[in-house]
Design a binder for this molecule. Structure first.
Ligand code: BGC
Length: 929
């Protein structure tokens, strides 16, 4: 949770304040005889550390308790908010104080003071009391700063170049302005956005480290602006600034090579606000005084790449002394500003660097570099050629059967970088407004050596903190986890996309709903989905239809599909569970309701059997098995998701205390389930589609009468065994199949599916060298040939949805749904699959949760960490004899309560702390060593 757009200088300044205050507070604490090992840390506001563009009227604060002691619960908290960091610590100049509030809530606590105004900076601290009558010192001081809350706060004007024609796919305009600052600067903030994607500079230095800003939203209704603390980039005297703009999502090519989706003209909105040391303010804004020219970026496109002619660079163009006499004037534009919003999610940043693993010549004679990982980002180089020489870089995910460079599966996306050298000396380059999905790079037009000293690949993705880790004793499963994480990295580029390489790269809703729960385990995606869901609401049609993709760049007419549009209910509920974030339910509630309303409208007698549905997309269609046998009736699926969305709406209504809705939709759900049963289930519980997905959905969504569930689960098991323990589900059945098996006591079969190495299975791609999740179970067929290039991405996260089961069942880390966000944790590990160990960690809003087990000679060991202010129910599986915790009989430890044996499992309650359990495991079945 480390998203901050500010310069190093501010960070340093902030850090010293923090250190100073921390020392002061500790001094104070010791004087008060407060235990030094109990403190508060990790203060965040709206999921960010020291955010500088908050638009929430009542920002939410969260903190973590730090202690080594066991069983620590917060009993009270006190927050104080002030205008000045130093006086805050003396309790002076306060804007608001919460007083001492009896509460165990340390996440999402609302600011409750007077209304905040644009640009207002609030410093805050918190202290807490615990159940052992201890109080922490006041925490470090953190802050948040409000964004521009009103349209009138914007004095800047939209500016554009003067071209009349449609220049999509053409050169990137560069906007420039010089200005003089006649005093010493105390602070300066840049508020900036664009129609297109921008890169800004001040006095020759890049502003911030975001890429593809302002990100992708439903631009006509919601356009994010970014805020940067640029104090350190400015100086007293002459200054210059410049901004380059690329087509990006605004007008660049999208699906079916449609362009200009949001408008034809690139534009800039720029507002630099300076405060001098004497308090006087200065404003530098985009207006008619700016100049514009075209430079080295001859074209840029997400699908096609970038053409960069270094000979056209304008050296020093963001320095004051640069001569811009030949530059053109700009025109101002009256585009709306009412759609401007602050950036709430993480921005895209540059992450891992990959050096060439191998540089080789393919059988076809092409020079190719293997970076060893299918990644999303770009290649950066430092090469020497001659003026006017052109190097061309092509990007591919895979090599074909013969070992040649293969790009057919990119469809029309070119993924090509063209660079023209400007000199005979070494030149450095990285692209600007494009990204590629690739592992292999083909180099054309450069004959010199290529190695780790002069070429590298970089991954770019939304800056989400990695919160989860998962590994086992099985290297193939570990590689699967690696692939899931890389599928997430590569497809979380400001919106959750289906794939990052071919001519698609859109926020396909079905893929997102399938993967969202897994995503919450790997990384902090709270802000990412909160933002995207707002776009969903914005693009939802009046009749409640949720478009296939968000932001909607497809049709403007109402369109909706089961299992896709249901992301409207599934994603908010998942974010609520993972982060305990009620606000996201509030924010999305009307949208959730509208979506269920849409289905109601299109149903007869509670049966939804109309409309276009994608069904169980890319289910196993058979090669060795009877073709089509795994096909699930699309209307059955629609009815199942109708019930599920209604259930989630009821859940949300209950949390938000909307009693009338709970009643109304509970009645609806009853009827929807009845309609499901009478249309798709025989009286004995046989489904009309006898497929895995059919049984999985019926069981996972509780659609069958209780007395038919066990037998239905058995039918599911039989079906799996008929396929020789292979999975046959597509996008819709896959996320739930192992959960359903575990819930009905068939974890051994779930493990069979997980451990299967032949097609179709999760490990089949792993055995074929995958480093990401494939779109299809058999992207590369057993004979080495490819699936249909029209639909064969090697980086599609949907099947990676198994990750959720791996965390929640193998290592057994889960949140109690009644105390979400891991405030109350369930640790219920399930050994199996011949694993001898498995471990997972998850950084939650309360701190780190851990579950790590191992089996050695029948001795089961489980290490658990429960963070402070959380509690846990631990379920120890397959217990026969005495259990020890840290060498002591658990019955003798007073911190362990509620010990109860249910079946073979021992249930117990613990508070926060570190626990080490050991006992002899009762062997159960072939799956445990
Ligand atoms: C996408 C999928 C998507 C699907 C809908 C495809 O082209 O890549 O992942 O969900 O269309 O049918």
């Amino acid at each position: 949770m480390n998203y901050i757009a500010e310069t190093g200088a501010l960070k340093k300044a902030g850090l010293s304040i923090v250190i100073l205050l921390f020392i002061c507070c500790r001094g104070f604490a010791q004087a008060q005889n407060v235990p030094v090992n109990f403190r508060v840390d990790n203060l965040i506001c709206e999921y960010k550390i020291n955010p500088i563009a908050v638009d929430a009227a009542n920002p939410r604060m969260s903190w973590k308790l730090i202690t080594q002691d066991r069983n620590i619960q917060q009993t009270y908290y006190e927050i104080r908010v002030g205008t000045n960091a130093v006086s805050l610590t003396k309790g002076k100049d306060l804007i608001w104080t919460s007083g001492k509030v009896p509460s165990d809530e340390s996440a999402h606590v609302y600011y409750g003071g007077p209304m905040l105004t644009s640009r207002e900076k609030c410093y805050w601290q918190v202290r807490v009391w615990n159940n052992k009558n201890q109080v922490t010192p006041w925490s470090m001081v953190n802050f948040w700063k409000m964004g521009l809350l009103k349209q009138e706060d914007w004095s800047a004007k939209w500016i554009q170049d003067n071209y009349q024609s449609d220049t999509t796919g053409g050169p990137s305009p560069m906007f420039r302005k010089t200005f003089k600052l006649d005093r010493k600067i105390r602070a300066a903030h840049l508020y900036i956005t664009a129609h297109g994607v921008f890169e800004a500079q001040i006095n020759g230095k890049r502003v911030g480290n975001d890429y593809f800003a302002p990100g992708w939203t439903s631009y006509n209704k919601r356009l994010q602006y970014q805020v940067y603390d640029v104090t350190s980039l400015l100086r007293k005297g002459e200054n210059a600034t410049g901004v380059t703009i690329g087509d990006g999502w605004y007008r660049g090519y999208t699906y079916n090579r449609k362009k200009n989706v949001y408008g034809k003209k690139l534009a800039l909105l720029y507002q630099l606000e300076i405060v001098y040391t004497n308090g006087k303010r200065e404003l530098i804004t985009s207006d008619k005084s700016w100049k514009v020219a075209y430079g080295p970026i001859r074209s840029s496109s997400f699908f096609d790449g970038e053409v960069y002619d270094a000979r056209k660079e304008k050296s020093g163009w963001t320095e004051p002394l640069y001569k811009d006499a030949t530059w053109d004037t700009v025109k101002t534009d009256e585009s709306i500003k009412s759609n401007l919003i602050t950036t709430i999610g993480p921005t895209v940043k540059k992450h891992e660097k990959f050096l060439p693993l191998k540089v080789f010549t393919t059988p076809a004679g092409e020079k190719v570099i293997d970076f060893g990982q299918n990644l999303v980002g770009w290649v950066q180089f430092k090469l020497k050629a001659k003026t006017g020489d052109t190097i061309r870089l092509f990007h591919a995910e895979v090599l074909d059967q013969k070992g040649n460079f293969y790009t057919k599966n990119l469809r029309t996306a070119k993924q090509e970088i063209t660079y023209v050298f400007k000199s005979d000396s070494v030149e450095s380059y990285e692209p600007h407004f494009t990204f590629q999905g690739f592992r292999y790079l083909k180099v054309v037009g450069y004959s010199g050596p290529l190695d780790s000293t002069n070429i590298a690949a970089y991954a770019l993705y939304s800056d989400m903190a990695q919160t989860g880790k998962f590994s086992t004793s099985n290297p193939l499963v570990n590689q699967l986890q690696h692939n899931i994480q890389w599928g997430q990295k590569g497809n979380f580029i400001d919106v959750p996309t289906d794939c990052p390489q071919r001519d698609e790269r859109m926020g396909w809703t079905g893929d997102a709903q399938a993967f969202v729960r897994t995503a919450t385990f790997n990384m902090d995606v709270a802000g990412f989905f909160t933002k995207w869901l707002k776009d969903l609401s914005a693009d939802q049609h009046r009749d409640g239809a949720v478009p296939y993709v968000i932001p909607n760049v497809l049709d403007s007419v109402s369109s909706a599909a089961s299992g896709w549009s249901d992301v409207a209910t599934i994603a908010p509920w998942t974010i609520y569970l993972a982060y305990g974030d009620k606000q996201v339910l509030q924010q999305q509630y009307e949208s959730m309701k509208a979506w269920v309303g849409y289905i109601q409208l299109h149903s007869r007698n509670y049966l939804w059997d109309t409309g276009n549905h994608f069904g169980d997309w890319l289910f196993y269609a058979g090669t060795n098995y009877e073709d089509g046998a795994a096909l699930t009736d699309k209307n059955l699926i629609a009815q199942a998701f109708y019930a599920y969305s209604t259930q989630l709406l009821i859940n949300a209504a209950r949390i938000l205390k909307r009693g009338d809705d709970v009643q109304k939709y509970t009645q609806l759900l009853y009827n929807v389930k009845k309609a499901f049963q009478s249309e798709y289930v025989t009286p004995n519980g046989r489904m009309i589609s006898g497929t895995q997905t059919s049984y999985v959905l019926a069981l996972n969504f509780d659609l069958l009468p209780e007395n038919l569930r066990e037998s239905a689960a058995k039918r599911l098991v039989n079906n799996i065994q008929d396929y020789d323990e292979h999975i046959t589900t597509g996008f819709l059945g896959t996320p739930y199949i192992c959960h359903v098996l575990s819930r009905f006591g068939h974890t051994d079969i779930a493990y069979d599916l997980l451990m299967k190495e032949s097609y179709p299975s999760w490990l089949y791609p792993v055995k074929h060298g995958a480093t990401t999740i494939w779109e299809r179970w058999d992207g590369i067929k057993p004979d080495g040939s490819f699936e249909d290039p029209g639909m064969n991405s090697f980086n599609h996260y949907a099947y990676g949805a198994i990750g959720d089961w791996m965390y929640r069942v193998i290592t057994g880390i889960n949140t109690d749904e009644n105390s979400p966000g891991f405030h109350r944790i369930i640790i219920s590990p399930h050994p199996g699959g011949k694993l001898t160990s498995a471990q997972a960690e998850l950084e939650t809003l309360y701190g780190r949760v851990k579950s790590a087990w191992s089996i050695d000679n029948g001795i089961f060991t489980l290490d658990v960490i429960v963070p402070p202010n959380a509690t846990a129910e631990i379920v120890l599986p397959s217990v026969t004899d005495q259990i020890t915790e840290n060498g002591l009989d658990i019955n003798t430890e007073k911190e362990i309560t509620g010990i109860q044996k249910i079946g073979n499992d021992e249930h117990l309650n613990v508070g926060s702390g570190t626990y080490h359990f050991v006992y002899t495991l009762k062997t159960f079945g072939k799956h445990v060593n």
